[in-house]
Design a protein around this ligand. Structure first.
Ligand SMILES: *[C@@H]1O[C@H](CO)[C@@H](O)[C@H](O)[C@H]1NC(C)=O
Ligand SMILES: *[C@@H]1O[C@H](CO)[C@@H](O)[C@H](O)[C@H]1NC(C)=O
Ligand SMILES: *[C@@H]1O[C@H](CO)[C@@H](O)[C@H](O)[C@H]1NC(C)=O
Ligand SMILES: *[C@@H]1O[C@H](CO)[C@@H](O)[C@H](O)[C@H]1NC(C)=O
Ligand SMILES: *[C@@H]1O[C@H](CO)[C@@H](O)[C@H](O)[C@H]1NC(C)=O
Ligand SMILES: *[C@@H]1O[C@H](CO)[C@@H](O)[C@H](O)[C@H]1NC(C)=O
Length: 606
């Protein structure tokens, strides 16, 4: 499809949609949208058409008018859902579309922005007189949703959509799944701007989009152990991830520093292991977070990292942990203080994990196909202090680690989930992993290539590009006697990964064509040693949005070339404004002088 955009002083400089659609054509006709625009929503069977208003408060009264005619259909589908599983609170496809419609109304009418930053000085907003309004929004679900629409394995849900907006104001979005409709509605909101005198309009009609993601697993990982985050902070982060069409939210929910996750069968874990007994996630809150993600087409992946990164278990169960908090030479025993690792040859540890998984995994199951069992940065020295092993010899440790992983993964599978592990389990410990296991890579492009060579599915996320914590400098304090040797106190993964560096990462680097299908996608990672609720928004956004475009659109453009920052920057700046309007404290990436005329802050244009 051709790009029909003409840059003039009237139209936006940006092509509006982030991440970039596969095919998009836009015009330059101004259309307005009213809050009570009608939505017609057709299920896979044409007889299922429902009509409502975009405005949720009007749709209530509208629905009561037509209550009787739709009551029957509603009850039938309700029965169908209830019939599957009495206890399941898994959101249905209908729940997702309902939520997305409310979100669409909110985004366009309550959390929009006046786009002066994307126009030169002297820009005039479109005139509201004589306005043509969008008449209706038609949603069409082309196929029945798969059963696991809210908790699929990678690739089980087709997220593609087509969006068309005609010059006379008819909107049609169709998709092969409810998640595709959700993605289409996200793109739809990005066509509209707030008018300073009230109302919302687009300058881009007619619009035709066909879109689908390049990668199946597009994730953001948030560490909520190193620092405490409230449910509200986590939900806000999920909202921003969803708006960038990410479809996985990896919650690194425990680590050596704190254990905030309440496990009713093991109540001391959180009451003693959290930073404070009240800084925990109750089962109700844990469910709330997972539902909040799932209803937006974002599947949560919960990680309990082990056997390393578990020292916080010591506060409740000291007998399970070896090498706890060795000081001052903690770096002999662990990557970070406090040192400590689950003992590797202890039946008490097995019993503990049995109880832990039996409690937790059934609470994950309604919302996810996956459970992450960790496995990074295991320090072999620590097992010298493990009274069940007393050795750091890999030949002694390796079979014990294999047993440990086999036990864990058997139980994960028995409870209906698919395991994910960090790359070290495969690459450093040479473990035999099931074919179902996804290996999460972080150390190098070579690691990704090696994992697929071994036939495993992989998640990319090279720390040199996609670790969002990097470049803040050290968080350790150095004694004056050694300070000089650490000056200027850079961290191990400096420099700061500016969005351009994030954007330059290709998850497929070094992976041969015939193995690329094994690269399911990747994740950007927000490790929280120096991040807490105060700065999390600006640490993550809009840099994770740069990763989101790589994962949705691919690192290469339609000609197989690296994507252009000159094309991306105005769109990313616009996404940043949209995030800010939604209450997410995303950083600016350029000064307004640059965004007001996208060509003036560039180098190397020929
Ligand atoms: C649509 O109709 C077909 C055939 O009558 C039926 O099998 C299917 O379950 C229906 N789908 C929905 C979503 O009602
Ligand atoms: C839906 O599925 C069909 C066939 O499987 C495919 O051709 C199409 O691109 C998909 N997406 C949309 C939005 O129609
Ligand atoms: C593991 O524990 C068992 C039972 O206590 C013991 O017999 C065995 O020697 C231990 N293995 C290692 C490698 O220490
Ligand atoms: C895994 O294999 C490598 C290469 O053969 C070896 O250096 C390493 O010690 C092995 N790791 C373990 C834990 O056995
Ligand atoms: C494309 O990007 C990759 C990864 O950043 C880089 O190694 C390569 O040199 C770039 N290619 C060109 C032609 O600039
Ligand atoms: C944008 O900048 C370019 C290059 O400086 C200039 O030629 C053009 O007139 C500017 N456009 C506007 C609308 O100011």
């Amino acid at each position: 499809m051709k790009h029909l955009l003409f840059v003039s002083s009237l139209v936006s400089l940006a092509l509006a949609i982030w991440p970039k659609p596969v095919e998009i054509s836009v015009g330059q006709t101004v259309l307005w949208i009213a809050e009570d625009v009608t939505v017609n929503w057709a299920g896979a069977n044409a007889s299922d058409v429902r009509s409502t208003y975009l405005n949720p408060s009007r749709s209530q009264s509208y629905l009561s008018e037509i209550y009787n005619s739709f009551l029957t259909i509603f009850l039938q589908s309700y029965e169908r859902k209830r019939g599957d599983d009495e206890e399941s609170e898994t959101p249905s496809g209908d729940d997702m579309v309902d939520y997305a419609l409310k979100n669409t109304w909110n985004t366009i009418f309550k959390h929009n922005f006046v786009p002066w930053k994307f126009h030169p000085r002297g820009w005039e907003e479109p005139d509201a007189g004589d306005a043509t309004y969008i008449s209706n929004i038609d949603l069409t679900l082309l196929k029945d949703d798969p059963d696991d629409v809210a908790k699929p394995l990678a690739g089980e849900v087709d997220e593609s959509y087509t969006l068309s907006l005609t010059e006379d104001g008819v909107v049609s979005i169709s998709a092969n799944s409810s998640v595709g409709l959700v993605r289409g509605l996200s793109s739809f909101t990005q066509l509209f701007f707030e008018h300073s005198q009230g109302g919302a309009y687009t300058t881009l009609a007619p619009v035709a989009i066909f879109d689908e993601p390049k990668f199946k697993h597009r994730g953001l990982n948030l560490d909520v152990s190193r620092n405490w985050f409230s449910v509200k902070d986590i939900k806000r982060t999920i909202d921003a991830a969803a708006y960038n069409k990410l479809n996985r939210f990896h919650l690194h929910i425990t680590d050596s520093q704190s254990w905030p996750l309440e496990i009713p069968a093991l109540p001391d874990l959180a009451s003693k292991g959290a930073y404070r007994p009240d800084l925990t996630y109750s089962p109700a809150q844990f469910k709330e977070i997972q539902y909040h993600a799932a209803v937006q087409g974002v599947e949560m992946v919960t990680e309990i990292d082990m056997p390393g990164h578990t020292s916080s278990i010591w506060f409740a169960y000291p007998e399970l942990i070896a090498a706890f908090n060795q000081q001052p030479d903690w770096d002999t025993w662990a990557a970070e203080p406090p040192s400590g690792t689950l003992k590797l040859n202890s039946s008490k540890v097995s019993d503990f994990l049995d109880t832990l998984f039996d409690d937790l995994l059934p609470r994950v199951y309604p919302y996810s196909a996956y459970f992450h069992t960790g496995g990074d940065e295991v320090n072999k020295n620590a097992y010298k202090l493990d009274d069940t092993v007393r050795s750091s010899d890999p030949a002694v440790l390796q079979p014990l680690m294999q047993k440990f992983i086999d036990r864990n993964h058997d139980q994960v599978r028995a409870l209906g989930l698919t395991p994910i592990v960090w790359e070290e389990m495969l690459l450093d410990w040479n473990l035999t992993l099931g074919n179902d296991v996804i290996v999460q890579s972080w150390q190098s492009d070579q690691a990704v290539a090696t994992i697929v060579e071994k036939g495993h599915k992989v998640l990319a996320g090279n720390y040199n590009y996609w670790y969002l914590d990097c470049g803040k400098g050290q968080w350790l304090n150095f004694d004056p006697s050694v300070a000089a040797q650490y000056w200027p106190f850079n961290d191990y993964c400096a420099p700061f990964h500016n969005w351009r560096l994030v954007y330059s990462y290709d998850p497929l680097t070094g992976v041969p064509k015939d193995k690329q299908h094994l690269v399911l996608g990747g994740e950007a990672h927000m490790w929280a040693e120096q991040t807490d609720p105060i700065n999390v928004d600006r640490m993550v956004w809009p840099r994770a949005a740069a990763a989101a475009e790589v994962l949705w659109s691919g690192a290469k453009d339609e000609n197989g070339k690296n994507r252009s920052q000159i094309d991306a920057a105005p769109r990313l700046s616009e996404m940043r404004e949209r995030l800010v309007a939604k209450g997410i404290g995303a950083e600016p990436i350029q000064m307004s002088f640059c965004t007001m005329n996208g060509t003036q802050c560039a180098l190397g244009i020929k």
